[in-house]
Design a binder for this molecule. Structure first.
Ligand code: PLP
Length: 404
């Protein structure tokens, strides 16, 4: 008789966005005449930039020609893309990353979920609270998180690092020593960041206690302030303790196109074992590469036209972010984020719970946001709005909220 991985049964409820989707579907069915504005899920809305589309068309044509057709991609990804990544995302920032440390993938969600494959089950993880739920859920699936307590909404074997207004939404070094530390900056959902000196403290700490940092920089393109690091490898010693995850979803609108990469430096070792070679083994065995057409499109992001066009998209969303942040603040809400990230994090009014405020916004003004508690227990009493909508919808949403 076969047995299932019963760690899945320990997972609470359904994935956050499935629950939201069901609630919105039920509301729409009951109120078909209402125009709902979605500022909930972190999905982009602008179409792909012209340079990217043009490059994809060319790559499609190459696939239709025997002389230029491509089959399986190289294990780590095409060199043209990895070289563009190294030059633009790392060398240009003074970070010495080589192309055999870059692994092309189909996105940062898969990488953040799959990276656990190369770590033993008895590692203890530490996560920012609140944070992107995938880190905790995927560790729960592999049996690393202990038992879930419905009351506290915490796993027994996870170190939660609260990020609240008290610490300016920046995690503090935990009292209990973790083995794997997940850091996500700019942060989803709070939109907060830390400066280079603060990130250096995490690197120094990881090196001291022998921990590894999984650094998710999916929102790097939204950094607008000077002192905020764009990659963890700007910090001294990071190559010996950190893996960085990147995505093309938010900087270039690839949420539906799918492309990302992981950096696993060769210096990063557990005893004599290099994590780079473990990840190469895992990648080569379980993944057959992102499509050639998409990798070509990814390389187009780094061309002069690609950079200009994608920067304009980021600026469009950040203008929405400003609109939301300033609009809500003028309506009396306590808001943060939205400066180095496309997320605005607001305190729910009148001590409403996050889900109460979700229902309230949906029913009263037909706006969908994301309850902060879905990102961790310290997100209770908060709410996330995204800047990824259209300008017109964002404007209308803020006008509607102001009527409350
Ligand atoms: C912090 C963070 N990491 C990763 C992802 C997923 O990125 P991708 O689309 O590359 O899988 C998201 C998506 O919302 C995210 O918020």
């Amino acid at each position: 008789m076969f047995k299932i991985n019963d760690n899945y049964l320990k997972l609470p409820g359904s994935y956050l966005f499935s629950t939201i989707g069901k609630k919105v579907a039920a509301f729409t069915a009951a109120n078909p005449d209402k125009k709902i504005i979605r500022l909930g899920i972190g999905d982009v809305t602008l179409p792909l930039a012209p340079k990217i589309i043009e490059t994809m068309h060319d790559a499609v044509d190459e696939m239709g020609n025997a002389a230029t057709f491509k089959g399986y991609a190289p294990d780590l990804g095409y060199e043209f893309l990895r070289q563009a990544i190294v030059d633009n995302d790392f060398k240009a920032r003074g970070a010495d990353i080589s192309i055999d440390e870059v692994f092309i993938s189909d996105g940062a969600k898969s990488d953040s979920g799959n990276i656990g494959d190369i770590f033993a089950q008895d590692n203890k993880i530490a996560v920012c609270d609140p944070v992107y739920p995938v880190y905790v859920d995927t560790n729960a699936m592999s049996g690393r998180t202990g038992v879930y307590d419905e009351l506290t909404q915490k796993w027994s074997n996870v170190i939660y690092m609260p990020c609240t207004a008290d610490n300016n939404f920046a995690p503090e070094i935990p009292t209990e020593t973790p083995d794997i530390i997940y850091l996500c900056f700019p942060n989803n959902p709070t939109g907060s960041t830390i400066n280079k000196a603060e990130l250096q403290k995490w690197v120094d700490y990881a090196l001291k206690v022998g921990a590894v940092i999984i650094y998710d920089a999916a929102y790097e393109a939204y950094i607008s302030e000077e002192d905020v690091p764009h990659t963890i490898y700007e910090c001294n010693g990071a190559k010996a303790c950190a893996i960085e995850l990147r995505s093309f979803s938010k900087n270039a609108g690839f949420t539906g196109t799918r492309l990302g990469y992981a950096v696993v430096p060769k210096e990063l070792k557990c005893g004599d074992v290099s994590l780079n070679s473990l990840w190469a083994r895992r990648h080569g065995t379980k993944f057959n590469g992102a499509p050639y057409i998409i990798q070509k499109a990814g390389a187009a992001v780094y061309t002069e036209e690609g950079k200009k066009q994608t920067k304009e998209m980021v600026a469009y969303y950040m203008n929405n972010a400003k609109l939301i942040r300033e609009g809500l603040a003028s309506a009396g809400y306590t808001v943060s984020g939205g400066v180095n990230a496309p997320y605005i994090w607001l305190k729910t009014p009148d001590n409403m719970t996050s889900w109460e405020f979700f229902d309230y916004l949906l029913e009263k003004v037909n706006i969908v946001g994301t309850p902060g508690s879905g990102f961790g227990p310290s997100g209770e009493g908060y709410f996330r709005l995204t800047a990824f909508g259209s300008y017109e919808n964002t404007l209308e949403a803020i006008e509607r909220i102001k009527t409350l």
